[in-house]
Write a protein that binds this ligand. Structure first.
Ligand SMILES: [Zn+2]
Ligand SMILES: [Zn+2]
Length: 395
């Protein structure tokens, strides 16, 4: 068998260049036109690839060995950036004010490009087709769901993805079976009272103390209404209302986020938000309107797919470590809802450092030194998919 590490090293200079270009030219969800072009250009000249662009607007789907009979495995990366002003001071820092790759999707995209190149070079060793999914709009835009709706999982048996994880050192791979990342939904509560002169509160219905009671009432969803061994977060992140110190406003708006690790908990927390808000308002002769905007579902890793990743890790020079679930969201969940899937946390913290900038921070940068292991993990997941550990997934 070909030595994959040597093959990866042959591509490293190109891949580092590609990541710096993507990092310097960040694009928000569904605007990744330039990034998609760079992905396609980086695959120019490779024979036997079926490349579809414009999937879910700006997504790119590449299939290697489409005519192979075996079951198909898919690998996924995300391409979008965030609306944050970069402060890293790097030579390839964002050239666009107010946008940057603060979640490292430049690194994920680069690792998957590397995987296409390496797997193309060893295509004769593959027993089935491989699909590479470069999706748009992971950061709250539902890009993964739209990619699924446009058929990227048709014929696919299992899908794998990775996220650069600054909380683990390079060389480690966080693996978890079951719920790993939380569902992420938004809520908006509008409390309608009746405005009045601030000195004559009895002549109106003041929505401010009502909104305050709703905020406190929502705290009981986590503390009193959910199993202490389950996890739920209800955060009111915005309160808007009022115009002057001597006027009682007619309306207050509350906005926030709901996170959970179980589909059932998610549903009951949504019901509780609705009930607490409307009934506290009703108790005070006001009215509350609740709007919940569903975001990503819970990302639960398939037990067999996660176990397969754990076995493959060492062939990518990675040490698998158990990892706890976190309450952040990740729209890889849309794929995992549909077919066996596993999402891994690729350690990116330099080994000589105790800490590294966190995700979504203005100085985060997916380290070049983590690209090779990211490529290797993708390559080995695909390469070994038709052998040993993956038999159950293929069944
Ligand atoms: Zn992110
Ligand atoms: Zn991310």
């Amino acid at each position: 068998m070909t030595n994959v590490e040597d093959l990866i090293q042959n591509h490293m200079a190109d891949l580092i260049c590609l990541r710096h270009e993507i990092h310097q030219n960040p694009e928000l969800g569904y605007q990744e036109h330039g990034t998609a072009k760079r992905v396609v250009a980086a695959l120019d000249g490779i024979e036997g690839l079926d490349i579809r662009t414009g999937v879910a607007e700006t997504g790119v789907v590449v299939t290697l060995g489409a005519d192979r009979p075996g079951p198909m495995v898919a690998l996924r990366a995300d391409m979008d950036a965030l609306a944050i002003q970069e402060t890293s001071g790097l030579p390839y820092a964002s050239a666009t004010d107010g946008k940057m790759h603060a979640c490292g999707h430049d690194g994920h995209t680069t690792c998957l490009v590397g995987a296409v190149r390496v797997l193309s070079a060893i295509r004769d060793e593959l027993a089935g087709p491989v699909r590479f999914v470069f999706q748009p709009a992971e950061e709250g835009g539902g890009g993964g769901g739209r990619m699924c709706d446009e058929g990227v999982l048709d014929g696919v048996k299992a899908i794998f993805g990775l996220h650069g994880w600054p909380y683990l050192p390079q060389g480690e791979l966080g693996v978890r079976s079951g719920p790993f990342l939380a569902s992420s939904d938004r809520f908006r509560i509008v409390v309608d009272g009746q405005g009045a002169h601030a000195a004559f509160p009895h002549q109106g219905v003041d929505p401010i103390p009502i909104a305050a009671q709703i905020v406190l009432g929502l705290q009981t969803i986590a503390s009193r209404q959910t199993d202490p061994l389950d996890a739920v977060v209800v955060t009111v992140a915005q309160i808007h209302g009022g115009t002057a110190d001597n006027i009682i406003p007619a309306q207050i708006e509350l906005r926030g986020t709901l996170r959970s690790l179980q589909a059932g908990t998610r549903r009951s927390a949504m019901d509780q938000i609705e009930r607490i808000a409307t009934q506290i308002a009703a108790a005070h002769q006001a009215r509350a309107q609740v709007t919940i905007t569903e975001g990503t579902p819970v990302l639960a890793n398939d037990r067999i797919a996660a176990g397969f990743g754990q076995q493959v890790a060492s062939t990518a020079s990675l040490t698998p470590v158990d990892i706890d679930p976190v309450m952040g969201g990740e729209d890889f969940a849309f794929y995992a809802e549909r077919i066996p899937a596993a999402f891994f946390a690729l350690g990116v913290r330099p080994p000589d450092r105790d800490s590294y900038p966190a995700l979504h921070q203005p100085d985060y940068d997916f380290p070049d030194a983590a690209i090779a292991t990211g490529v290797a993990l993708h390559v080995q997941l695909a390469r070994r998919f038709w052998s040993d550990a993956a038999d159950e997934l293929n069944g």
